[in-house]
Design a protein around this ligand. Structure first.
Ligand code: SF4
Length: 294
C-alpha cells in the first residue's frame, strides 16, 4: 500500500462522521511532543520524526488512482508543518501536486502553514488549526515544542484574510485543564476574531502512554481523571473516554459558545450526533467547497 490512503480511524467508522476522504502523512512521527497525543501509542519512536521514504515518488504514483475532486487530509497522524518541513519541504511539494485538483484539508498546529497560502489558494482547501488554550505557560507544558497559541492565531488571521477558510480544533478538551467556560470562551473568541468559521471539539481520550505523560506533568489531575475515566468512563476502540455525561455537558458548553459567536460546531468522534450542526461536515471540509475564492 502507498502513502495516500482512505481515512478510516480505528478501521471502523461508527463514531467518525467525516465525509469519505483520503489521508497522507509526509512525515512519520512528530516533534511537537503533545502530552495527550494518541498517535504515539501506535507509531514506534513517534517523537523522533523522520521523512517518509521516497515520499514524492510514491505519492505521485498513488495519486493516479485517486479521483480528482476527492478530499485529501494532510495529515492525521503527524503534523505536516513540524520543523522537518523546513528542511525537506515534502508538504509543500505534496501541495504542489494536489492543490487545485483535489480538496485539501490541512490539520496542523503550526504557523508554517501560512507559507503555503499561495498553493492553498489554487483551489478548494480548508485549514484546521488546533488551539487548546490561550494560556502560554499551559500550552508550553501540554504541547512543549509546538508554536505558541498567538502564532497559530496569527496564521489563522493571515490565511483568513486571503480567503482560505480556517477551522479551529479545540482538541482535546481536558477535564480540569482547559475545559472551564473562561478558557473555552477565550479560545473561541480569539479564533473568531482571527477569522475562523467553524469549531471542532473532542474530549481527551486516555491511552496508557499519554496518561503517563499527562499525570507526570499534571499530578493534580489524578483524582479528576480517576473519577471521570476509570470510574465512570467507557472504553471505545481501545481508548478510554470520559463519562458520557461529562462529555455531553462539556461539548454542549463549547457548542453554545460557538453559536454565540456565529460559528458552526461539530464534535469529533464523540457519539453525540445531536450536537453536529446541520449542513456542516464535522471536519469543516464543507467550507472548502464554498470558499469565497470559488
Ligand atoms: S501535533 Fe498532533 S501528531 Fe504531533 S505530537 Fe501533537 S498531537 Fe501528536
Amino acid at each position: 500500500m502507498g502513502y495516500v490512503r482512505p481515512f478510516d480511524p480505528w478501521r471502523v467508522t461508527s463514531l467518525c462522521t467525516c465525509p469519505f476522504k483520503y489521508t497522507v502523512n509526509p512525515y512519520t512521527g512528530c516533534s511537537h511532543g503533545c502530552l495527550y497525543c494518541y498517535a504515539s501509542s501506535y507509531i514506534k519512536r513517534f517523537f523522533e520524526p523522520r521523512p517518509k521514504a521516497d515520499f514524492l515518488r510514491v505519492v505521485s504514483r498513488d495519486l493516479r488512482r485517486i479521483p480528482p475532486g476527492s478530499i485529501i487530509n494532510v495529515s492525521s497522524s503527524s503534523d505536516p508543518y513540524e520543523p522537518l518541513e523546513l528542511k525537506y519541504g515534502y508538504t509543500r511539494s505534496l501541495l504542489d501536486m494536489i492543490a487545485g485538483k483535489y480538496v485539501v484539508e490541512i490539520v496542523t498546529k503550526s504557523d508554517i502553514v501560512s507559507r503555503d497560502a499561495d498553493l492553498l489558494m489554487k483551489g478548494s482547501s480548508v485549514v484546521s488549526m488546533t488551539i487548546t488554550t490561550l494560556d502560554r505557560s499551559l500550552a508550553a507544558k501540554l504541547e512543549p515544542r509546538s508554536p505558541p497559541p498567538e502564532r497559530r492565531l496569527e496564521a489563522i488571521r493571515k490565511l483568513s484574510e486571503l480567503g482560505i477558510p480556517v477551522v479551529v480544533r479545540l482538541d482535546p478538551l481536558i477535564p480540569g485543564l482547559n475545559d472551564s467556560l473562561d478558557s473555552v470562551k477565550g479560545v473561541l473568541e480569539a479564533a473568531a476574531t482571527a477569522g475562523v468559521k467553524h469549531v471542532v471539539c473532542s474530549t481527551y481520550k486516555l491511552k496508557p502512554d499519554n496518561l503517563k505523560r499527562m499525570v507526570n506533568e499534571f499530578p493534580e489531575l489524578i483524582p479528576t481523571l480517576r473519577e471521570l475515566y476509570l470510574s465512570k468512563g467507557e472504553k471505545i476502540h481501545g481508548y478510554l473516554y470520559a463519562s458520557p455525561s461529562y462529555r455531553l455537558r462539556s461539548l454542549t458548553v463549547v457548542r453554545d459558545q460557538a453559536h454565540k459567536l456565529g460559528l458552526t460546531f461539530a464534535p469529533c468522534r464523540e457519539g453525540f450526533p445531536q450536537l453536529i450542526d446541520e449542513k456542516v461536515s464535522c471536519d469543516g471540509t464543507h467550507l472548502a467547497f464554498k470558499s469565497k475564492r470559488d
